[in-house]
Structure formats: C-alpha cells, structure tokens
Design a protein around this ligand. Structure first.
Ligand code: 26W
Length: 774
C-alpha cells in the first residue's frame, strides 16, 4: 500500500469533512507527503535552469496523481466512499502564462522530470494569473484570476531562502515558493521555484502612528505589486515599467539563489559555473539575466570582463519564440536606467565588447548598426543581446529556425552560424493523452501496451490497426463519447447550449491574434451558411464550429473578431434552417482545462496562420495526437506534422512562405473583393447591417483594415483573401471525406500513429544533449 493510500484511507475514515475543499487539501497533502523523500534528494550533477516569465501549468492535482501512480487509488477510494473522483474539476487551474510559450515551459518540466533530467523552473508567483473571460452580449469581459482562492497545497514557502532585490527606487524581498515537478513513475521530482515580492520591512507602524499612513501602505503595495499580475499581452511588446521590474525581479532572485548553491560547493571558483549550471532563457523576457550575472561577477565578485564574459556566455542559451516584429522586446534606455541603473552600465560594456568583436570580423562603421544592442533611438534590443552573449540560439520548428537564419536574424547568422539550431517543440503525452483522453489512451494501450506514456515513438506500432475495421469502429465510438462528454461540459458552462454529437467537430483553439486568422475561419463559416441558405452544398455533412480564444484586453481588433464570431453564432444557431446542420460556439474562458475537454472531441484541427507567422504551434500537436486531422497552412510545425502523418491524411491549403513573399508587393485584396462574389458577400456583412457591433465601430475597422489598410499596415496584412478560396475548398473536401467514416477514421488513426516525434520528451532530450551538455 502506498503512503498516499494510507494517508487518504485514514483521512476518509477519521474525518467528517468530506466537502470538496477539505478533500482537495487532504488528497494534495497526501500526495505531497509521498513525493517528499524523492524531492529532498540532493542534486549531484549539472543542473539546467529554465528561466521563464510564464508557466501555464493548468490543474495540478490530477496530473500529479497520475505521475505519482496513485490516480487509480484515488478513484478506487473515492468510489468506495461514494465520492466523485472528478469533484476537483472546479478547483485550481494555475494560468501563470498567456499561451504557447508558457504551456511549453510546463510541458518541458513534466518531460524533464519524467526522464530524470535535472531541470528546475524559475519564474514569478503572480497573485493573479491570466484574466478570466466571459461574454456579455457577445463582447469579451475580463475578471481577475485569483488562482489560489482554494489555497495552494502544492507549494512550499521557503522563508529562509528569500533574497533581496534592489531597484533604483525600492528594495524588496523575493520569497521563493517551491512546487514539486513530479516525473511520471515518481522516480524523479524536480522543482518549479516561483518568486513572490514582499515588502522589506514589516508594516511600518511608526509611519502609521505618525499619521503618515500613505507611506506605510505605500511601501507594501509598491513591493507586492511587482508579482501581482501576469501581463496579458501575447505577442505585443509594451515598454511598461512594471513589466521590466517583474523581469529583473525574478531573474535577479533566481541568479542569487543559484549562486548561493554554487558557492556553497565551489566557493569563488566561478569559471566552474557553466560546468554546474545551464540557464535557458525562454524568449527574451528573462534576458536581463545576462547583464545581471555580469554585474554580480564583476561588481561583487571582482572578476574582469574577460573573465566574466565567457562564464556568462557558456552558462546561458536563448530560445526565440516569435518572428513577429511587435513581439521583439526593446527597452528605452531612459526607462531601463530609471529602474535598474547599475545594470545599464553592463549593457554598455557588452555593447563595447560587441563592437570590438564585430570589428575583428571585418564589420565596421555603419555596417555595425543592425547589431547594436543600444540603437540610435536609445533602445536596448534584448534579442540581440541574447544572441550575442549566449552560446546557443534556437528556433522552435524547422521552418521557424530557417526564417530566423535567413531572414529575421540573418545578420547574426552570418557572423555566428554555429550558435543557431532548431528544437522543434513538443507536448507531454501524459497530460495531453493519458489524462485528458482516458478512453483513447486505453484503446492504444490495449493494442501496443502502455510504453508510449514514456516513449511516444512507440505509437508507430498502431499503424497496422489503420486497416482493422474493428479498431476503426472503436475509434469512432470513442470520439463520439468524447463529443458527448464535451457537450455535457458546454451545456453546463455555455448557458444550456446543446451540441449535435452527430456533427463534425471543427476546432480552433488558441490566443486571438490576427495572424492566426480566426477571422478567415469566421468568413468561411459565413460563406458556407450563405451557400446552404441558397440551397447549394446538397451533400453537406452537419458541422459544429468550436472556437476558444482570449484577446488581450487592449487589442481591439481581436475583441472585434470575437464579437463578430459571436454575432455569426447568433445568426446561425437561431436559424431553424440550420438546425442539426450548422452550429457555431465560442466557448468562454478557454484555458488548459477546457482544452483537455475540447481536444479529445475534435475531428478537425484548424491551424490556419499565414505562412511564416506561427513560430511552431503546439495545439496542432495535441489535436493530432488525439486523432484529429489538420486543416492547415504550410506554417510552423504543421509542415513537420504532415511530413510525419502524410499529406493525404490532412488538409493543407493556401500560399506558402515563398508565395507570400512573392505576392507581397503587388498584392491587391480589393481586386479579389470585387472579383469574387463569395468574398464580397461575407466581407460586406461587416458593414451592411447584417450584424451589429454595438456601436463600437469595430466591424467597420475590421473591414477597412482588410481593404484599405491603416497607417501602420498594408491592406489585408495576413492575406485572408489570398487564401480564402483554397481554404473553403479544403474545408468542404474534409466535409465530404468525413462521410466515409471508416476512411476518415483511418486518417485520424494515422495522425495519432505518427505523432511520436512531437513528444516534449524528445524535445527536452535535444536541449539536454545539444545545448545544456547534461
Ligand atoms: C512581450 C510580449 C510578448 C509576450 C509573449 C512577446 C512574445 C510572447 C511570446 C513569445 C509569444 C508566444 O507564446 N509564442 C509562441 O510560442 C510557442 C512555443 O514555442 C509557439 O508554439 C507559438 O507558435 C508561438 O506563437
């Protein structure tokens, strides 16, 4: 009997408190007890540290129990006591991240712990995670996400390990909260260390008594505000003072904590640092760690620049997650200096050293401008700093890395080609199949054993079953039950909405961004609707279109698209002609837990970003793994997905990167609009009174941005009209193919069977071997 089982059995026998919250704490504490001995084992070899401003963890309780191997015990004990093992589905769902980048970090931690790779995460313990979303008359509304409202039984506050972080105008405590990262099988437990900001001095009673209450409250609020809330901007950089403070806060604290451990063993022998620690920078959000480590080594430990620089360079590595220019971080020198003036001096030192290095490579004068860490407009380019002062820069999918090397970062690739490599993203199959799709997981294990849980390449052994009629029928039944399960959830959370289980579930779930082209999906649905109304498409198989997406609160174009899709949903769902033929649902508050319900129920995975814009995507991998076909463009990891699963088993359409580069200069969306009646009709719905945007003018703005452009971008900058026809064609082809249910199931199964390479276990091994030298 496991320790967990003992503890929980005893609890259930001895206590009367069987309410959800008490049980949640009892179960979590029992699991923590079981994980503890392994967690406390000291490290004896080189450790990798994943510095990330975001960890999109999602619900921890079930994933932790699965990995500890005690989920069956929980289920058994609960059922024996007449309790519902699913009762914790309303509980914590730590959304300490925006989207792909933060979720990738969470998958990496799971994969490293499972493979006994020493990798610890370092980040911020935001009081409020990503905002919660609901719709009011079709408009997105936001509320705060108080993710610890049920307590936080999975964290341990380490009071004794707090460190001081100094800014120009304040000093604060960084207090670590450690979470166990339990590997599958429970043999290895790594740590996610999240820092919380607190005031240095206990509440200042003297000021308070002197009637200077503002001083007393002020210092406390100023300190706590640093870790108070996650910035909800995905892919747009804003030069916000608090954001820079957040970045420096967690990076400075993490470095102090790492160096404290290092010195305890190796003293001041800092040249050994890269042999003991590797630090991965998850995008540039933690890149201020570079001048900060220099500052510590030179300013505090008295190393010279020539001694300190190689240590910094050999320790750090950088991952780029986007090529969107808006997302590349730059800080105004004046802002930077008003927050961390001491660190700025080391940025200048780096800049001077870079100039010398470039000179040595024959790059002089004006040719150096595109490399400058501090540009002529007095802005610090964090990506440039990250490439220059680390030994490794990687992209997150093959195409993305090629674009970095030959386009976005080509001047850097020209001087440091050996630093660049690709590490195609991955996902953890434990959460994204084992946990979220238990029936399908069982179907797979019955056929090929359960080795896939720790070696996803074994899925290949499923391939023979694509010709087995019994297996295909069973696949269809499982998919149907997953649709039923999702329908129950949607009924509960979306105001009684009823889904048609016997329709095709077409799913687009990801952050709302123009480049991801949710709007093109909306246009295609409206086109199909108009065609059906006109009596065309006689053999159309019923379809349900599901959307899930949050828009950054200040991103009005994106909010307009949400409202527009909700208007389409209203029109379509209230039209009696469409009953059981066409439905549109935009689910509220799409998050990790909602994804775990949507993904197993999907038939079609919408991955329709403009070629060359989506760095990788990881939702595409989750949907593939769960047996959905991809309706997508040649972009990001989609390319590798269809390389693995076969183009014949997916629906690829639209312009490729080369086509788009070729089209760019003489692209004329207005001509397409006038020439194509389908396109004209759907676009006009934005301005002809078909729908109401509630007087915001958002729909007119969307219309204009496609046909006229704006002062900051060209018309239809993401080429919706260019790809529209081939998109609708591909969608209707998928609709037709679906009607041969066995041959469609075969495609689905082929996708699962070939998803092996998209395990984050593979990705993290590549980081460990190629970058961290573990
Ligand atoms: C400073 C504002 C900001 C915020 C977030 C800039 C950039 C970001 C991230 C880099 C955006 C992001 O999440 N990128 C996504 O990273 C995933 C993991 O590598 C990829 O799969 C997605 O394609 C990419 O959009």
């Amino acid at each position: 009997m496991s320790l967990f089982q003992n503890e929980l059995t005893e609890y259930l026998q001895k206590t009367d408190s069987k309410d959800m919250l008490s049980l949640y704490h009892a179960v979590s504490e029992a699991a923590m007890k079981q994980a503890k001995p392994t967690w406390n084992k000291p490290r004896t070899r080189k450790t990798a540290c994943y510095f990330s401003a975001e960890f999109l963890i999602g619900r921890m309780i079930y994933a932790n129990l699965l990995n500890l191997g005690v989920l069956p015990e929980l289920q058994q004990l609960f059922l024996q006591s007449g309790l519902d093992p699913n009762m914790f589905e309303g509980v914590e769902d730590a959304a300490l991240g925006n989207g792909g980048l933060g979720r990738l970090a969470a998958c990496f931690l799971d994969s490293a712990a499972t493979q006994e790779i020493p990798l610890d995460g370092y980040g911020i313990r935001y009081k409020y995670g990503l905002f919660k979303q609901y719709f009011k008359e079709g408009f997105q509304q936001e509320t705060a996400d108080d993710w610890t409202q049920f307590g936080d039984p999975w964290s341990v506050r380490k009071e004794k390990e707090k460190v001081r972080v100094d800014f120009a105008d304040q000093s604060v405590w960084a207090v670590p909260y450690d979470m166990p990262v339990i590997g599958y099988g429970g043999k290895c437990v790594n740590t996610l260390r999240l820092w919380q900001a607190e005031a240095m001095h206990a509440f200042d009673l003297t000021s308070f008594n002197d009637m200077r209450c503002n001083d007393a409250f002020g210092a406390q609020i100023a300190a706590e505000s640093i870790s108070s809330v996650l910035y909800p901007n995905d892919e747009t950089q804003e030069g916000k003072r608090l954001r820079l403070k957040q970045q420096y806060f967690f990076v400075s604290a993490s470095l102090q904590s790492i160096l404290r451990q290092f010195k305890a063993v190796h003293g001041n022998n800092f040249s050994k640092l890269p042999q003991q620690y590797a630090i991965q920078l998850n995008d540039t959000h933690p890149a201020v760690a570079i001048p900060e480590l220099l500052r510590i080594l030179m300013g505090k430990e008295n190393l010279t620049l020539d001694e300190a620089f190689p240590i910094v360079q050999d320790t750090f590595a950088y991952t780029n997650h986007t090529i969107m220019a808006e997302a590349l971080e730059k800080w105004d020198v004046s802002l930077f200096c008003s927050v961390i003036p001491e660190v700025y001096a080391y940025v200048v030192m780096l800049q001077n050293k870079l100039k010398l290095d470039l000179h040595g490579k024959g790059i002089t004068g004006g040719a150096q401008a595109c490399y400058h860490l501090i540009d002529e407009n007095h802005r610090i380019h964090m990506a440039r700093m990250a490439i220059y002062a680390t030994h490794s820069t990687n992209g997150v999918a093959a195409l993305h890395t090629e674009i970095l090397k030959h386009d976005a970062l080509k001047e850097w690739y020209a001087v440091y080609p050996e630093r660049f490599s690709n590490k195609t993203n991955g996902i953890t199959q434990r959460r994204w199949l084992g946990l979220c799709n238990p029936e399908y997981a069982g179907f797979i294990s019955e056929r090929i054993g359960n080795g896939w849980l720790t070696d996803l390449s074994q899925l290949k052994k499923l391939e023979p079953y694509v010709n087995d009629a019994h297996s295909l029928r069973q696949f269809v039944e499982i998919k149907r039950r997953n649709k039923e399960r999702l329908a129950g959830h949607v009924h509960l959370y979306e105001y009684g909405m009823q889904l048609n289980i016997d329709s095709i579930f077409d799913v687009q779930i990801k952050r709302l961004h123009e480049y991801k082209r949710q709007l093109m999906n909306a246009f295609s649905i409206l086109d199909i609707y108009f065609q059906l109304k006109d009596g065309k498409l006689p053999n159309f198989y019923p379809m349900t279109f599901l959307f899930g997406a949050k828009a950054a609160p200040g991103y009005y174009q994106a909010k307009g698209i949400i409202k527009y899709i909700n208007e389409i949903a209203k029109l379509v769902n209230n039209d009696p002609d469409m009953k059981d033929r066409l439905a549109v649902v935009f689910v509220q508050n799409y998050n990790v837990s909602y994804a775990e319900k949507l993904i197993p129920a999907a038939d079609i995975s919408e991955q329709i970003s403009t070629a060359g814009t989506e760095a990788s995507g990881t939702g595409n991998m989750k949907l593939m793994l769960n047996g959905a076909v991809t309706l997508g463009t040649y972009d990001g990891a989609n390319i590798e997905i269809v390389q693995q699963a076969g183009e014949e088993n997916n629906y690829i359409f639209g312009a490729r990167v080369e086509d788009i580069r070729g089209a760019a200069d003489n692209y004329n969306p207005k001509a397409i609009y006038h020439a194509n009646a389908h396109i004209k009709r759907v676009l006009d719905s934005l301005i002809d009174g078909t729908f109401s945007d509630g007087g915001t003018n958002w729909f007119r703005n969307i219309f204009n941005s496609i046909l006229e452009g704006t002062s900051w971008h060209r018309p239809d900058q993401y080429y919706l009209l260019l790809d529209f026809e081939s998109y609708v064609e591909a969608k209707l082809l998928a609709n037709r193919d679906y009607q041969d249910s066995m041959s469609f199931a075969k495609k689905c199964l082929q996708n699962t069977a070939n998803a092996g390479t998209f395990s984050s276990d593979r990705t993290i091994r590549q980081y460990a071997e190629d970058i961290w030298q573990l």
